[in-house]
Ligand binder design. Sequence first.
Ligand code: PHE
Ligand code: ZN
Length: 889
Amino acid sequence: MKDAQPKSIYLKDYKRPDFLIEKTELHFTLDPSETLVQSRLEIRRNPEANTPAASLVLHGQELELISLSIDGHALSSAGYDVGPEALTISTVPDEFVFEAVVKINPEGNTSLEGLYKSRTMYCTQCEAEGFRKITYYLDRPDVMSEFLTTIEASESDFPVLLSNGNLIASGEADSGKHFATWHDPFKKPAYLFALVAGTLDYVEDTFTTQSGRDITLRIFVESKDIDKCDHAMRSLKNAMRWDEEVYGLEYDLDIFMIVAVDDFNMGAMENKGLNIFNTSCVLAKPETTTDAGFQRVESVVAHEYFHNWSGNRVTCRDWFQLSLKEGFTVFRDSQFSADMNSQTVKRVEDVSVLRTLQFAEDGGPMAHPVRPPSFIEISNFYTLTVYEKGSEVVGMIHTLLGAENFRTGSDLYFSRHDGEAATIEDFVAAMEEASGRDLAQFTRWYSQAGTPRVVASDTYNEDSGTYTLTLAQSCPTTPEAKAEEKLPFHIPIAMGLLGDAGNLPIQLQGQPADPDTDDNTNIVLELTEPEQTFVFEGVTEKPTPVLLRGFSAPVKLHYDYSREQLTAIMSRDSDGFSRWDACQKLAVAVLEDVMQAYRGDQAYRVDPLLVAAYRAILIDTSLDKAMVALMLQLPTEAYLSEIATEIDVEAIHFARQYVRKHLAAALSAQLEAVYQASNEVVPFSVSASAIASRSLKNTVLSYLICTDTDENLQLAQQQLANATNMTDELSGLTAIINSELATDAQRKTALDEFYQRWSAEALVVNQWLVAQANVAREGGLERVMDLIQHEAFDIKNPNKVRSVIGAFCSGNPVNFHRQDGAGYEFLADQILVLNKLNPQIASRLLTPLTKWRKYDKGRQTLMCNALQRVLAEPALSKDVYEVVSKSLK
Ligand code: PHE
Ligand code: ZN
């Protein structure tokens, strides 16, 4: 909590640590409110310190100090100074043993950072700066130490005692309790420390590495969840194999453990050898988990596993380098998921998130570069920019270098920095050396915030057969720099040309044809200047340019396509991503027609081109069903809001509903046919094709329910009643509760029965909460106010908070942005409660309010009032203070 105004910390102020900790020995005596932590640290002065004579300053927060000693001599209170965030000892030798005993209160720890209790178990979360809530330490990622951890607890309450590394001793302690001692031979920063204690069951498997070592794999869960571990285990083994094959990286310890906990601020955490997971990212079985849930488990398990190299073996020098591990690891897990499932589907999903949420972040008051230059609270920088845009930046390096050079670069990076705390420069340098490419200009992607805008224009000369494409780039103002101060980015633009019969061969003027490639319809242009012109030769007909294939750069690209050109790309381009993207662009144009008519009180018209395009997709059985489903989904309200200059909440909602209904009516025969055809009873599987089939069926159902045919309501009811998996069951429920065909009583029955059936399954109940929070019908705020009174809601559990408050405020715009501002006041109230309990969650919930500048004057005032009310709270956490104060600037 802040005393004065919390201070910013700057990357430019980075100093090497004054001291290093060679060895860390910890002894925990667990107790709900009085856990004792004894530490023994072997400390020495850092020969490379910037200030060689400095006193010893250790981080520590919310610790009750019992005793301190140096080299076995107890320190009297005159010898040190304890503040709310640090312990200072003014004189220490160059090399010494530091010992401390502190008391902490896990039960009272609702921030879920440090050591805390989740249901019946104890667990830790130390990234980024949680270790200082466990004991006094140099809690910074460039201080790496070997850990020896002993946990002592009552055997009946806590039969399982886990920490990082290998178990080296266990048995009965003098106290009569039992103990376990774990040794982690790999030096690591404190943020990768973990401890777990509780009554846990586990499933076990083994993995044989490429060099023939057998690794024990264990997933620990509460016994009620033991039947939900298979998918995570399968995903883990696939990830281990994949990392060997694609990156040549092998696991290092003899055991790899995952623990599932119900109360967790994020998705999961890559602690060395002991990953701790939010239950929502590890547990899965068909009856309780949707297909999206299965895929999330697969990608998060892989993500955390991949951190063992990109994050743990090579870690970050400081928290400004966060994207070094996160951007790279997201890139790796995306490649993995694409390999396991479908490249195009995965790309479309990732780009949707990026363009909707990351672009919004980049255009808002919290915009920051992939490597932020400063922060007040690092927890606020686990963002879409650091993760998702960071991954796109790595992806662009991959595109520029090619797969082979990229692999050489990653090999060099891992071998050169193994066991070290590295920087983004180190990563880029390895990529440069491996490829011989100069990435100096490219590194602006790390230092400049904002989404670049690229405007494309062209001319075609029939006589000479030349086609000229001009690309111009600019970047809007963001908090760290004005538009005119931004330097041009190095932007890879993958593209092709489309003619009447398909893609045209590409021959760029002044560049010899590449004899090595058999695909001459694809090229990557490199835009490095503010404006650049590219001339294509031998172009036999006026082409349609297909720009940014595969979304080769995180930019907003504008080209003035006709709607006919968009339908041409949609039906004929070789790149699946571009076909989807063209479909989205066409839908946006059609939705904008309706929005305009809504505002001007004119007659509504849905361009028949869109209807025809959708009809063509629906009847073409040769298409990938997953792609058909994606193409049929109209741009979301969130995406339409992101691309709008001023967000017209009602017009966006109306237009989307109107077009959906129109499509549903115009295509009812085709929709019904597709629904019937995909509603076959097949044994459940989570194969890509089975998921695709369910995705198409349920997308179609969401259209059918928009018609005024009562049979379609019955279809949804039957699906809900007969479902054998959660994807179908939840889609049935969602259809009913959003339907205008259903009566209040029918909606209530569907919801009540669902709850009765699943009240014992927390993760299913969460989905039930989300489904309700997202219902756009009138009265949404009142419904959500009721939901937070429901027995299933618990404000101390982040998953519940996200499922109700988070889902409502970001997924239900018409209700949250009610004209009277009641939605904003509701959110401010919740944030003030959470500010005290869990500042990280409170801060994250603020996001929708920070976007106030994009709304009309009336809403701007109301949103700012809500923010001001939060800012006026006297005991504001750093987390909330940073976001509120920056968004009001
Ligand atoms: N490092 C974790 C991940 O990406 C995220 C995390 C951050 C979890 C902070 C908990 C706390 O994978
Ligand atoms: Zn990560």
